[in-house]
Design a binder for this molecule. Structure first.
Ligand code: G3I
Length: 349
Protein backbone atom coordinates (compact mmCIF):
# COMPACT_ATOMS: atom_id res chain seq x y z
CA UNK A 1 0.00 0.00 0.00
CA UNK A 2 1.24 3.40 0.94
CA UNK A 3 4.59 4.56 2.13
CA UNK A 4 4.99 5.97 5.63
CA UNK A 5 3.90 9.37 4.32
CA UNK A 6 0.45 8.08 3.51
CA UNK A 7 0.63 8.37 -0.27
CA UNK A 8 -0.79 5.42 -2.17
CA UNK A 9 0.61 6.52 -5.48
CA UNK A 10 2.41 9.81 -5.59
CA UNK A 11 2.18 9.99 -9.38
CA UNK A 12 -1.57 10.50 -9.11
CA UNK A 13 -1.41 13.38 -6.64
CA UNK A 14 -3.41 16.45 -7.54
CA UNK A 15 -0.71 18.55 -5.79
CA UNK A 16 2.18 17.89 -3.41
CA UNK A 17 0.01 15.94 -1.04
CA UNK A 18 -1.26 17.13 2.28
CA UNK A 19 0.32 15.12 5.07
CA UNK A 20 -1.67 12.53 6.99
CA UNK A 21 -1.46 12.41 10.75
CA UNK A 22 -3.23 11.15 13.84
CA UNK A 23 -3.67 12.03 17.48
CA UNK A 24 -1.99 9.36 19.56
CA UNK A 25 -0.96 8.40 23.06
CA UNK A 26 2.47 6.89 23.54
CA UNK A 27 1.19 4.49 26.22
CA UNK A 28 -1.31 3.09 23.70
CA UNK A 29 1.32 2.81 20.96
CA UNK A 30 3.65 0.96 23.31
CA UNK A 31 0.90 -1.36 24.53
CA UNK A 32 -0.41 -2.36 21.11
CA UNK A 33 1.85 -3.51 18.29
CA UNK A 34 -0.95 -3.31 15.71
CA UNK A 35 -1.58 0.32 16.62
CA UNK A 36 2.13 1.06 16.35
CA UNK A 37 2.17 -0.59 12.90
CA UNK A 38 -0.81 1.47 11.79
CA UNK A 39 0.80 4.68 13.02
CA UNK A 40 3.99 3.95 11.12
CA UNK A 41 2.16 2.83 8.00
CA UNK A 42 -0.18 5.79 7.77
CA UNK A 43 1.19 8.82 9.56
CA UNK A 44 3.66 11.52 8.66
CA UNK A 45 2.64 13.62 11.67
CA UNK A 46 1.63 12.87 15.24
CA UNK A 47 -0.39 14.98 17.65
CA UNK A 48 -0.24 14.10 21.34
CA UNK A 49 -3.90 13.56 22.26
CA UNK A 50 -3.33 14.42 25.92
CA UNK A 51 0.34 14.47 26.92
CA UNK A 52 1.39 17.98 25.84
CA UNK A 53 -1.45 19.76 27.61
CA UNK A 54 -0.57 21.94 30.57
CA UNK A 55 -2.40 19.77 33.13
CA UNK A 56 -0.56 16.71 31.84
CA UNK A 57 2.88 18.36 31.70
CA UNK A 58 2.69 20.30 34.97
CA UNK A 59 -0.08 19.09 37.27
CA UNK A 60 1.45 21.01 40.19
CA UNK A 61 3.62 24.17 40.32
CA UNK A 62 6.97 22.39 40.61
CA UNK A 63 5.70 19.06 39.40
CA UNK A 64 6.83 18.43 35.82
CA UNK A 65 5.73 15.15 34.25
CA UNK A 66 7.28 15.16 30.82
CA UNK A 67 7.76 11.39 30.47
CA UNK A 68 4.88 10.63 28.07
CA UNK A 69 5.46 13.74 25.90
CA UNK A 70 9.21 13.00 25.80
CA UNK A 71 8.39 9.41 24.83
CA UNK A 72 6.14 10.50 22.00
CA UNK A 73 8.70 12.98 20.70
CA UNK A 74 11.43 10.32 20.84
CA UNK A 75 9.17 7.87 18.95
CA UNK A 76 8.45 10.50 16.30
CA UNK A 77 12.16 11.36 15.95
CA UNK A 78 13.12 7.70 15.65
CA UNK A 79 10.70 7.26 12.77
CA UNK A 80 11.13 10.62 11.07
CA UNK A 81 7.63 11.89 11.88
CA UNK A 82 6.56 15.48 12.51
CA UNK A 83 4.91 16.47 15.79
CA UNK A 84 2.06 18.97 16.14
CA UNK A 85 2.27 20.56 19.58
CA UNK A 86 -1.16 20.41 21.18
CA UNK A 87 -1.69 22.70 22.98
CA UNK A 88 -0.16 25.63 24.87
CA UNK A 89 -3.21 27.55 26.13
CA UNK A 90 -6.53 25.78 26.51
CA UNK A 91 -8.90 26.72 29.29
CA UNK A 92 -10.02 23.12 29.70
CA UNK A 93 -6.53 21.71 30.14
CA UNK A 94 -5.16 24.43 32.39
CA UNK A 95 -4.28 22.90 35.77
CA UNK A 96 -6.24 24.05 38.80
CA UNK A 97 -3.16 25.60 40.45
CA UNK A 98 -2.45 27.76 37.39
CA UNK A 99 -6.10 28.83 37.14
CA UNK A 100 -6.01 29.85 40.80
CA UNK A 101 -2.88 31.95 40.22
CA UNK A 102 -4.37 33.61 37.16
CA UNK A 103 -7.44 34.49 39.18
CA UNK A 104 -5.38 35.74 42.12
CA UNK A 105 -3.07 37.93 40.06
CA UNK A 106 -4.81 38.95 36.87
CA UNK A 107 -2.52 40.79 34.49
CA UNK A 108 0.64 39.06 35.70
CA UNK A 109 1.99 37.51 32.49
CA UNK A 110 4.92 35.75 34.19
CA UNK A 111 3.08 32.47 34.65
CA UNK A 112 2.42 32.20 30.90
CA UNK A 113 5.91 33.40 29.98
CA UNK A 114 7.53 30.85 32.31
CA UNK A 115 5.36 28.04 31.01
CA UNK A 116 6.05 28.85 27.34
CA UNK A 117 9.75 29.17 28.00
CA UNK A 118 9.85 25.76 29.69
CA UNK A 119 7.73 23.88 27.15
CA UNK A 120 8.94 25.55 23.97
CA UNK A 121 12.48 25.33 25.26
CA UNK A 122 12.11 21.60 25.78
CA UNK A 123 10.23 20.72 22.60
CA UNK A 124 11.24 23.61 20.36
CA UNK A 125 13.30 21.59 17.90
CA UNK A 126 10.98 18.64 17.83
CA UNK A 127 7.66 20.34 17.18
CA UNK A 128 6.99 21.82 13.77
CA UNK A 129 3.61 23.39 14.51
CA UNK A 130 1.99 24.57 17.75
CA UNK A 131 -1.65 25.02 18.61
CA UNK A 132 -0.77 28.12 20.61
CA UNK A 133 -4.36 28.81 21.66
CA UNK A 134 -7.01 26.13 21.52
CA UNK A 135 -10.72 26.88 21.22
CA UNK A 136 -10.82 30.65 21.76
CA UNK A 137 -14.22 31.13 20.08
CA UNK A 138 -17.62 31.33 21.76
CA UNK A 139 -20.42 32.32 19.40
CA UNK A 140 -22.54 33.54 22.31
CA UNK A 141 -20.00 35.95 23.77
CA UNK A 142 -20.56 39.54 22.65
CA UNK A 143 -17.09 39.77 21.08
CA UNK A 144 -17.11 36.13 19.94
CA UNK A 145 -14.30 35.23 22.32
CA UNK A 146 -14.68 32.57 24.97
CA UNK A 147 -14.49 33.90 28.52
CA UNK A 148 -11.53 31.70 29.37
CA UNK A 149 -9.37 32.07 32.43
CA UNK A 150 -6.84 33.81 30.15
CA UNK A 151 -9.40 36.20 28.71
CA UNK A 152 -10.46 37.13 32.24
CA UNK A 153 -6.87 37.57 33.43
CA UNK A 154 -5.48 39.51 30.48
CA UNK A 155 -8.37 40.73 28.35
CA UNK A 156 -8.93 39.90 24.68
CA UNK A 157 -5.35 40.65 23.63
CA UNK A 158 -4.16 37.50 25.42
CA UNK A 159 -4.19 35.65 22.08
CA UNK A 160 -1.91 38.15 20.41
CA UNK A 161 0.39 38.18 23.43
CA UNK A 162 0.51 34.40 23.47
CA UNK A 163 1.51 34.32 19.81
CA UNK A 164 4.33 36.83 20.41
CA UNK A 165 5.49 34.88 23.46
CA UNK A 166 5.47 31.63 21.49
CA UNK A 167 7.42 33.22 18.64
CA UNK A 168 10.07 34.45 21.07
CA UNK A 169 10.76 30.89 22.22
CA UNK A 170 10.02 28.99 19.00
CA UNK A 171 11.30 31.12 16.13
CA UNK A 172 10.95 28.37 13.53
CA UNK A 173 7.68 26.68 14.44
CA UNK A 174 4.39 27.33 12.72
CA UNK A 175 2.04 29.10 15.13
CA UNK A 176 -1.62 28.21 14.92
CA UNK A 177 -5.05 28.84 16.47
CA UNK A 178 -7.16 25.68 16.64
CA UNK A 179 -10.94 25.53 17.01
CA UNK A 180 -14.08 23.52 16.23
CA UNK A 181 -17.67 24.02 15.08
CA UNK A 182 -17.10 25.47 11.61
CA UNK A 183 -18.53 22.70 9.49
CA UNK A 184 -22.32 22.87 9.21
CA UNK A 185 -25.10 25.12 7.99
CA UNK A 186 -26.73 26.21 11.25
CA UNK A 187 -26.92 29.52 13.13
CA UNK A 188 -24.39 28.64 15.80
CA UNK A 189 -21.75 27.52 13.33
CA UNK A 190 -22.41 30.56 11.11
CA UNK A 191 -21.63 32.73 14.11
CA UNK A 192 -18.60 30.67 15.03
CA UNK A 193 -17.14 31.01 11.52
CA UNK A 194 -17.81 34.75 11.52
CA UNK A 195 -16.23 35.24 14.95
CA UNK A 196 -13.17 33.18 13.98
CA UNK A 197 -12.66 35.11 10.76
CA UNK A 198 -13.00 38.40 12.66
CA UNK A 199 -10.36 37.27 15.12
CA UNK A 200 -7.98 36.16 12.36
CA UNK A 201 -8.39 39.48 10.56
CA UNK A 202 -7.68 41.43 13.75
CA UNK A 203 -4.59 39.37 14.46
CA UNK A 204 -3.23 39.82 10.95
CA UNK A 205 -3.93 43.56 11.09
CA UNK A 206 -2.11 43.91 14.38
CA UNK A 207 0.91 42.03 13.03
CA UNK A 208 0.63 39.06 15.37
CA UNK A 209 2.89 36.17 14.38
CA UNK A 210 0.11 33.83 13.31
CA UNK A 211 1.02 31.34 10.58
CA UNK A 212 -2.03 29.17 10.30
CA UNK A 213 -5.23 27.78 11.67
CA UNK A 214 -6.35 24.38 12.80
CA UNK A 215 -9.86 23.40 11.79
CA UNK A 216 -10.76 20.52 14.07
CA UNK A 217 -13.54 18.95 11.95
CA UNK A 218 -15.27 16.84 14.57
CA UNK A 219 -18.02 15.86 12.14
CA UNK A 220 -21.46 14.75 13.31
CA UNK A 221 -23.94 12.86 11.14
CA UNK A 222 -26.88 14.39 13.01
CA UNK A 223 -25.94 17.91 11.90
CA UNK A 224 -27.07 17.57 8.30
CA UNK A 225 -25.18 17.65 5.02
CA UNK A 226 -21.85 19.35 4.46
CA UNK A 227 -22.27 22.18 2.00
CA UNK A 228 -19.65 23.44 -0.42
CA UNK A 229 -21.24 26.89 -0.51
CA UNK A 230 -20.70 27.18 3.26
CA UNK A 231 -17.30 25.55 3.70
CA UNK A 232 -15.39 26.59 0.60
CA UNK A 233 -15.72 30.37 1.18
CA UNK A 234 -14.70 29.88 4.81
CA UNK A 235 -11.49 28.15 3.74
CA UNK A 236 -10.92 30.75 1.03
CA UNK A 237 -11.26 33.65 3.47
CA UNK A 238 -8.63 32.06 5.72
CA UNK A 239 -6.30 31.38 2.80
CA UNK A 240 -6.73 34.95 1.55
CA UNK A 241 -5.32 36.15 4.88
CA UNK A 242 -2.13 34.30 4.00
CA UNK A 243 -2.73 31.58 6.58
CA UNK A 244 -2.22 27.86 6.16
CA UNK A 245 -4.99 25.49 7.18
CA UNK A 246 -4.57 22.13 8.89
CA UNK A 247 -7.49 19.79 9.46
CA UNK A 248 -6.50 18.81 12.96
CA UNK A 249 -9.02 16.52 14.67
CA UNK A 250 -11.11 14.77 12.02
CA UNK A 251 -13.57 12.13 13.20
CA UNK A 252 -17.28 11.42 12.82
CA UNK A 253 -19.90 11.09 15.52
CA UNK A 254 -22.57 8.69 14.35
CA UNK A 255 -26.19 9.64 14.82
CA UNK A 256 -28.07 6.46 15.65
CA UNK A 257 -25.46 3.68 15.65
CA UNK A 258 -28.38 1.73 14.16
CA UNK A 259 -28.48 -0.56 11.14
CA UNK A 260 -25.81 -2.94 9.92
CA UNK A 261 -22.15 -2.17 10.28
CA UNK A 262 -21.64 -1.97 6.51
CA UNK A 263 -24.36 0.65 6.15
CA UNK A 264 -23.05 2.66 9.11
CA UNK A 265 -19.49 2.54 7.79
CA UNK A 266 -20.66 3.69 4.36
CA UNK A 267 -22.44 6.70 5.89
CA UNK A 268 -19.31 7.70 7.80
CA UNK A 269 -17.10 7.28 4.73
CA UNK A 270 -19.48 9.26 2.52
CA UNK A 271 -19.59 12.10 5.03
CA UNK A 272 -15.80 12.29 5.22
CA UNK A 273 -15.61 12.09 1.43
CA UNK A 274 -17.98 15.06 1.17
CA UNK A 275 -15.88 17.02 3.65
CA UNK A 276 -12.53 16.25 2.03
CA UNK A 277 -13.86 16.91 -1.48
CA UNK A 278 -14.41 20.48 -0.34
CA UNK A 279 -11.52 20.98 2.06
CA UNK A 280 -8.77 19.50 -0.10
CA UNK A 281 -9.79 21.64 -3.06
CA UNK A 282 -8.32 24.54 -1.07
CA UNK A 283 -4.57 24.57 -1.81
CA UNK A 284 -3.81 26.16 1.57
CA UNK A 285 -4.89 22.98 3.37
CA UNK A 286 -1.54 21.50 4.31
CA UNK A 287 -2.53 18.38 6.17
CA UNK A 288 -5.12 16.14 7.67
CA UNK A 289 -4.99 14.66 11.16
CA UNK A 290 -7.59 12.23 12.49
CA UNK A 291 -8.38 12.35 16.21
CA UNK A 292 -7.10 8.85 16.85
CA UNK A 293 -6.77 5.93 14.46
CA UNK A 294 -8.89 3.19 16.01
CA UNK A 295 -12.44 3.42 17.32
CA UNK A 296 -11.16 1.56 20.36
CA UNK A 297 -9.29 4.66 21.51
CA UNK A 298 -11.70 7.34 20.34
CA UNK A 299 -12.79 10.08 22.78
CA UNK A 300 -16.23 9.71 21.16
CA UNK A 301 -16.78 6.48 23.07
CA UNK A 302 -16.95 8.67 26.19
CA UNK A 303 -19.39 11.19 24.72
CA UNK A 304 -23.12 11.30 25.48
CA UNK A 305 -25.14 9.52 22.82
CA UNK A 306 -27.79 11.11 20.66
CA UNK A 307 -31.16 10.49 22.34
CA UNK A 308 -32.29 7.94 19.77
CA UNK A 309 -29.00 6.09 19.56
CA UNK A 310 -28.40 2.43 20.15
CA UNK A 311 -26.64 2.45 23.52
CA UNK A 312 -24.53 -0.62 22.82
CA UNK A 313 -21.44 -0.87 20.71
CA UNK A 314 -18.86 1.61 19.60
CA UNK A 315 -19.05 4.77 17.61
CA UNK A 316 -17.41 3.92 14.25
CA UNK A 317 -16.00 7.30 13.27
CA UNK A 318 -12.26 6.65 12.79
CA UNK A 319 -10.23 4.92 10.05
CA UNK A 320 -9.80 1.60 11.90
CA UNK A 321 -12.38 -0.36 13.88
CA UNK A 322 -11.84 -1.56 17.42
CA UNK A 323 -9.85 -4.55 16.17
CA UNK A 324 -7.56 -2.32 14.08
CA UNK A 325 -9.15 -3.41 10.82
CA UNK A 326 -9.40 -0.62 8.22
CA UNK A 327 -12.91 0.54 7.35
CA UNK A 328 -14.24 2.25 4.22
CA UNK A 329 -13.41 5.66 5.67
CA UNK A 330 -9.76 4.59 5.85
CA UNK A 331 -9.71 4.16 2.06
CA UNK A 332 -11.68 7.35 1.57
CA UNK A 333 -8.99 9.28 3.42
CA UNK A 334 -6.15 7.52 1.63
CA UNK A 335 -7.67 8.26 -1.75
CA UNK A 336 -8.47 11.87 -0.89
CA UNK A 337 -4.97 12.60 0.31
CA UNK A 338 -3.19 10.87 -2.55
CA UNK A 339 -5.57 12.22 -5.16
CA UNK A 340 -6.10 8.70 -6.48
CA UNK A 341 -9.57 8.05 -7.81
CA UNK A 342 -11.68 5.00 -8.44
CA UNK A 343 -12.40 1.59 -6.98
CA UNK A 344 -9.20 0.07 -8.36
CA UNK A 345 -7.40 1.53 -5.36
CA UNK A 346 -9.86 -0.07 -2.97
CA UNK A 347 -7.84 -3.23 -2.63
CA UNK A 348 -7.28 -4.61 0.81
CA UNK A 349 -3.84 -4.81 2.29
O1 G3I B 1 -6.20 8.62 32.42
C1 G3I B 1 -7.10 9.13 33.42
C2 G3I B 1 -7.53 8.03 34.33
O2 G3I B 1 -6.39 7.61 35.05
C3 G3I B 1 -8.61 8.56 35.27
O3 G3I B 1 -9.07 7.54 36.08
C4 G3I B 1 -9.78 9.13 34.45
C5 G3I B 1 -10.87 9.75 35.35
O4 G3I B 1 -11.54 10.78 34.64
O5 G3I B 1 -9.29 10.14 33.64
C6 G3I B 1 -8.32 9.69 32.71
O6 G3I B 1 -7.88 10.76 31.97
C7 G3I B 1 -8.78 11.26 31.01
C8 G3I B 1 -8.11 11.17 29.66
O7 G3I B 1 -8.91 11.79 28.67
C9 G3I B 1 -7.87 9.72 29.23
O8 G3I B 1 -9.09 9.05 29.06
C10 G3I B 1 -9.09 12.70 31.35
O9 G3I B 1 -9.85 12.74 32.53
C11 G3I B 1 -9.85 13.32 30.22
O10 G3I B 1 -10.00 14.71 30.48
C12 G3I B 1 -9.09 13.16 28.91
O11 G3I B 1 -9.89 13.68 27.88
C13 G3I B 1 -9.22 14.21 26.75
C14 G3I B 1 -9.66 15.65 26.55
O12 G3I B 1 -9.18 16.16 25.32
C15 G3I B 1 -9.10 16.55 27.67
O13 G3I B 1 -7.69 16.55 27.63
C16 G3I B 1 -9.63 13.35 25.55
O14 G3I B 1 -9.09 12.04 25.69
C17 G3I B 1 -9.09 14.00 24.28
O15 G3I B 1 -9.53 13.28 23.15
C18 G3I B 1 -9.64 15.42 24.20
O16 G3I B 1 -9.18 16.02 23.03
C19 G3I B 1 -9.78 17.27 22.70
C20 G3I B 1 -8.71 18.14 22.07
O17 G3I B 1 -7.61 18.25 22.95
C21 G3I B 1 -9.25 19.53 21.73
N1 G3I B 1 -10.41 19.42 20.88
C22 G3I B 1 -11.50 18.53 21.35
C23 G3I B 1 -10.92 17.15 21.67
C24 G3I B 1 -12.03 16.22 22.16
O18 G3I B 1 -12.56 16.67 23.38
Amino acid sequence: MSDARGGMDATKSRRPGPYLGAAVRIDQIEADARLAEAVLRDCASLTPEIDMKWDALQPGPGDWRTGPADGLVAFARRHGLEVRGHTLLWDQSTPAWAKARLERAPGDWKIVADYFQAVLGRYGDAVSEWDVVNEPIDSEAPDGLRATVFQKAYGPTYIERALHEARAHAPNARLVLNDYGFDYDNPVEHQRRAAFLRLLEQLKTSGAPLDGVGVQAHLDLSKGPLKREILAPFFTRIADLGLSIAITELDVKEDGRRGGVAERDRKVADHVQAYLDIALDQPSVTGLTTWGLSDRHSWLQKQPLHPSANPTGMNRGLPYDGALEPKPVYWTIQQAVSGAKGPSTLTSR
